[in-house]
Write a protein that binds this ligand. Structure first.
Ligand code: GDP
Length: 301
């Protein structure tokens, strides 16, 4: 798995060092493990949860060796991820009974929203699905231009208005246009300003409400895009966006550029929202459906 190479090497190296010369899982080993997890951006709460579970196992089995630590840690992390992620898919899929399937994409500027939308559009288009994009991030001209670049690259229609227009109006147009074009998937980009919580909440609520005039149960997925290389910042953004709207899934980007993929484990655990996609590069093919087994393996192989 090219993309996650960095997380893997780093985590495994550290883990090997933590147990070097030790045959049993003692307090020292657990302290080191705690530090490794925190420094891999798993987050303090989730780290403590994992350490507690391992302590319980050590308690039950006094002879638990460091040789088994890998396996146990793997089980515990996969178990934690299972609490929120069915996470067994490997293919890009949308439910068959929702047409058009509307995905509203939220996240701060720079997190990788536009890129993720482009990559997603490409995956769905490749399956022969009709995809329409809506440029409802009307706050920045660059956001509209960038989405246009992706629409051209993937060769899918885009609905846009000029900069500064009402995001809800663009979303409305995009859904109307999508319905009339018999779209299977409509992906709506939204503004990523975290100006203040109330404004963000009002704006996202309005976009949703207006979309529902066209497709009654839209959006079917509210996808929050988080930059996985920003560690605690990503946690903070998750907090703000989940307070502002009901986020139904996560895309964690830039995991190719970080040795700290642990953010995926921590965020999924803390916010109880499934990670659906991970970004592992800037290219059109560099988006993967999150699979918890592959992910955990990429840490421990
Ligand atoms: P937006 O402001 O949230 O729409 O962010 P963009 O989609 O424009 O992405 C910001 C920058 O991050 C761009 O230079 C992207 O190429 C880059 N980017 C997005 N996703 C990934 C990823 O998974 N890996 C890497 N290395 N770069 C990414």
């Amino acid at each position: 798995d090219k993309g996650l190479e960095k997380s893997k090497t780093n985590f495994f190296d550290k883990l090997s060092k933590a147990v070097a010369g030790k045959s049993k899982v003692d307090d020292d080993v657990l302290d080191n493990l705690e530090e490794i997890l925190v420094s891999s951006d798993v987050g303090v709460n989730t780290t403590l949860k994992i350490i507690t579970r391992i302590e319980e196992r050590v308690e039950k089995d006094k002879y638990l060796g460091t040789a088994e630590l890998n396996k146990i840690l793997r089980e515990e992390i996969a178990g934690l991820l299972s609490e929120t992620n069915s996470g067994e898919d490997t293919e890009f899929k949308i439910p068959e009974n929702k047409k058009p399937y509307v995905i509203m994409v939220v996240g701060v500027n720079g997190a990788g929203k536009t890129t993720t939308i482009g990559k997603l559009a490409y995956q769905f288009k490749k399956q022969g699905l009709n995809v329409v994009l809506g440029a409802a991030d009307t706050f920045r001209a660059a956001a509209i231009d960038q989405l246009q670049v992706w629409a051209d690259r993937v060769d899918v229609p885009i609905v846009k208005q000029e900069m500064g227009s009402d995001p809800a109006s663009v979303a409305f147009d995009a859904l109307e246009s999508g319905v009339s074009q018999n779209a299977d998937v409509i992906i709506i980009d939204t503004a990523g300003r975290l100006h203040n919580k109330i404004n963000l909440m009002n704006e996202l609520t309005k976009v949703k409400r207006v979309m529902q005039k066209v497709v009654g149960d839209a959006p079917h997925d509210v996808l929050l895009v988080l930059d996985g290389s920003t560690g605690q910042n990503a946690f903070e953004q998750a907090k703000q966006f989940t307070a502002a709207t009901e986020v139904t899934s996560l895309a964690v980007t830039k995991l190719d550029g970080t040795a700290k993929g642990g953010v995926v484990i921590g965020i999924s655990d803390q916010f109880k929202i499934p990670v659906k996609y991970i970004g592992v590069g800037e290219g059109i093919n560099d988006l993967q459906v999150f699979n918890k087994y592959e992910f955990v393996d990429s840490f421990f192989k």
